[in-house]
Write a protein that binds this ligand. Structure first.
Ligand SMILES: [Zn+2]
Ligand SMILES: [Zn+2]
Length: 249
């Protein structure tokens, strides 16, 4: 069969030229087969350099140090590393990301969730070029009362997308919250940790050695720390944390 010459021109790209899509953020016409225009995608705040353990953004000046092959660690983790071995954040909690995360959390912003998760996958693939990906993805569970009120768990949506694109299974039922804890917003680091004491449980025997915990945003990391401790006590050897966004210090 005679092959058509490769012109780099597909029916799909033609359809986007004839019927331009609208960028989800600036509402301008876009000829991409993706709901963000190139400008808006480029303006999303990335974390240039972050602590390997807690994903805290570190001063960019550190990037100029030639032997940066050394894994960067923040001063907090240097003194008291968290229970999770590695944390990776897709974006800095700033500008458009704040609004997108708000829609994901409170308005079931499925398009926002899809867009950020899809872009985050590229970063995860880069981060794991020299290391095996975790065997399973576990979304951070919501408190039962909050799940009932809201009707969905934003972390489960993000986990589903990451799992599909990275080809990793997702377990939505392994972790649960035993208690209806207060929302963490407005609490300081100590109060957050106290609020979460004994809040989580692992519901089934665990057969995984390395798992990835997925959440929308990481602030002090108290929720993820509590879950990681729970998983380590249940026999998991290594916990990684994947969050769409990380707040600066
Ligand atoms: Zn745009
Ligand atoms: Zn750190």
């Amino acid at each position: 069969m005679r092959k058509l010459p490769d012109t780099g021109f597909t029916l799909k790209s033609l359809s986007y030229k004839l019927f331009p899509a609208t960028c989800h953020l600036c509402m301008m016409n876009s000829q991409r087969s993706f709901d963000l225009c190139e400008c808006c995608e480029a303006a999303l705040p990335l974390v240039a350099l972050s602590c390997i353990h807690c994903a805290l953004p570190l001063p960019e000046v550190l990037q100029t140090i030639p032997q940066i092959d050394i894994q960067p660690i923040c001063t907090t983790c240097l003194h008291a590393p968290p229970s999770f071995k590695r944390a990776i954040a897709g974006f800095l909690y700033a500008s458009h990301i704040i609004n997108m995360l708000h829609r994901i959390k409170f308005q079931q912003g499925t398009l926002d969730s899809y867009l950020l998760s899809h872009l985050f996958v590229r970063q995860l693939e880069l981060a794991y070029t020299k290391q095996r990906l975790p065997e399973i993805i576990l979304p951070v569970p919501l408190a039962p009362a909050r799940l009932f009120r809201r009707g969905y768990n934003q972390s489960a949506g993000i986990a589903r997308q990451l799992g599909q694109e990275l080809n990793i299974p997702v377990n939505y039922h392994l972790l649960s919250r035993k208690l209806n804890t207060r929302p963490q917003t407005g609490l300081n680091r100590t109060a957050r940790a106290k609020n979460l004491h004994n809040a989580f449980q692992v519901d089934k025997p665990i057969k995984y050695t390395c798992v990835a915990l997925v959440d929308d945003v990481m602030t002090t990391g108290a929720t993820l720390q509590s879950l990681a401790q729970c998983l380590l006590s249940a026999g998991v050897e290594e916990v990684h944390v994947w969050v769409l966004a990380r707040t600066p210090q």
